[in-house]
Write a protein that binds this ligand. Sequence first.
Ligand code: ATP
Length: 217
Amino acid sequence: MSPEHLKIPQATAKRLPLYYRFLKNLHSSGKQRVSSAELSEAVKVDSATIRRDFSYFGALGKKGYGYNVNYLLSFFRKTLDQDELTKVALIGVGNLGTAFLNYNFLKNNNTIIELAFDVDESKVGTRICDVPVYHMDELEEQLNQRDISVAILTVPSHVAQTITDYLVKSNVKGILNFTPARLTVPAAIRVHHIDLSIELQSLIYFLKHYPSSDIQA
Ligand code: ATP
């Protein structure tokens, strides 16, 4: 994201990819304009929040007209750096890591897993969905050579911190952490943590303890 957008609230920033995906769909279906109510219904975010989010970028909508889809789309593409391809490394080619390599992210946006790392000799030297798997010994060299600043972590949790320390030394600026480990990183590094089993437990807890009338997306 470009520096002039760094001041937007983090909650707003997290919703941008969601807006972007929906606008891309609208654009492909030939729609020229969209109201905040329509956007709200589609992305399940209330329309006041949408209007507030959009207001951080200046007056993008007009009363009674809604938002211009083309304009919004190019605005979000620029804001999310979608004109640039972001190359990502994946560490840990186990079950979850392999699933990500098969999925890759190119269908949704301009993000691609360019290479993967593991210590398991039976995986090193193979390609999964055309992504080469390197040994961890080559981590620093490969990441620096290919100018990779984002890594996905799908290793066992007991090695997550050690690997994170290597990643930090290798100039990685962002880590998407799928391990249950809580990582310690310097202030300049951003970690987003996705713990699938916690999410599942929390969903089950909410189902049990909150009546459906209390459900808020
Ligand atoms: P699998 O079925 O292949 O063992 P898994 O997801 O059940 O996968 P995990 O034990 O979570 O197994 O390990 C995930 C991957 O992380 C494995 O491919 C493993 O070889 C790899 N791995 C383990 N230690 C390291 C390490 N220090 N550096 C990089 N990769 C590692």
